[in-house]
Design a protein around this ligand. Sequence first.
Ligand SMILES: NC(=O)c1ccc[n+]([C@@H]2O[C@H](COP(=O)([O-])OP(=O)(O)OC[C@H]3O[C@@H](n4cnc5c(N)ncnc54)[C@H](OP(=O)(O)O)[C@@H]3O)[C@@H](O)[C@H]2O)c1
Length: 248
Amino acid sequence: MRRRALITGAGKRVGKAVALHLAERGLDVAIHYHHSRSAAEGVAAACRERGVEAWTLKADLSDADETRRMAAKVAQRWDTLSVLVNNASMFTPKPFEETSLDDVRALNSLHLEAPFLLSRILLPRLRAAARADSLESSLIVHMVDIAAERPFHGYTAYAVSKAALAALVRSMAIELAPAVRTVGLAPGHVAWPPDYDAATKKRMLSRIPMGRVGEPEDVARTVGFLYFDAPYLNGDVIKLDGGLSQRY
Ligand SMILES: NC(=O)c1ccc[n+]([C@@H]2O[C@H](COP(=O)([O-])OP(=O)(O)OC[C@H]3O[C@@H](n4cnc5c(N)ncnc54)[C@H](OP(=O)(O)O)[C@@H]3O)[C@@H](O)[C@H]2O)c1
């Protein structure tokens, strides 16, 4: 049986690293993008060089109809899906007093509703993969954030949407296992956002016990570990932050 993965937001950064890593480990990959078409095509080409099937899909995942259409395309092309990584995200600051209900809804659409819809629609494919595979279960990874528990100042809409996603991890985990495990990954700082200046980076680095920012490959290798090597891990939101959130 061929193992297959769908990764959202996989044209760049963390999603790209996850797609490349899973391809390296033999999984066919569906690479979702929104604006980064040529980057996503490049990732697909690099995955094909690793000997697997790789294709791209475009969708605005803050739009439920586009999300549904994308899920349907995946279900049409593949009769099984072994791994779903809900990675697509928007990280834009806005003070609470300037945050509108539309801002909250937009990030909920992307961070909560799209992962819910993709999981819900593709569940029969994930179950089919589990039945056909020697591994015990298929895997859904929701990319959370340590800010779901301890929010960054000025990111209310982001933090509450990620907190809701962490709750979704737990609910899905108790209902979908054993065929499908659901795990959350909560990174700290991985591949600096482009708008951080040198002083901000230095201040943040000084707080990370590991002494470095996380690499996209750190996340990618953890996804591989969760799928191949952690068959009893289900329902946790795992911090992947070099120890940052342990600091008082
Ligand atoms: N990087 C970190 O330090 C960090 C820390 C904590 C948690 N995380 C979480 O880890 C995951 C990966 O982080 P990242 O920094 O690599 O993410 P990112 O670069 O901020 O976003 C990944 C991709 O999401 C896609 N996206 C944005 N809006 C979209 C929309 N409306 N519809 C569909 N796709 C959309 C974009 O695709 P296009 O480029 O194709 O438009 C983007 O490339 C995210 O879930 C993030 O919240 C990251």
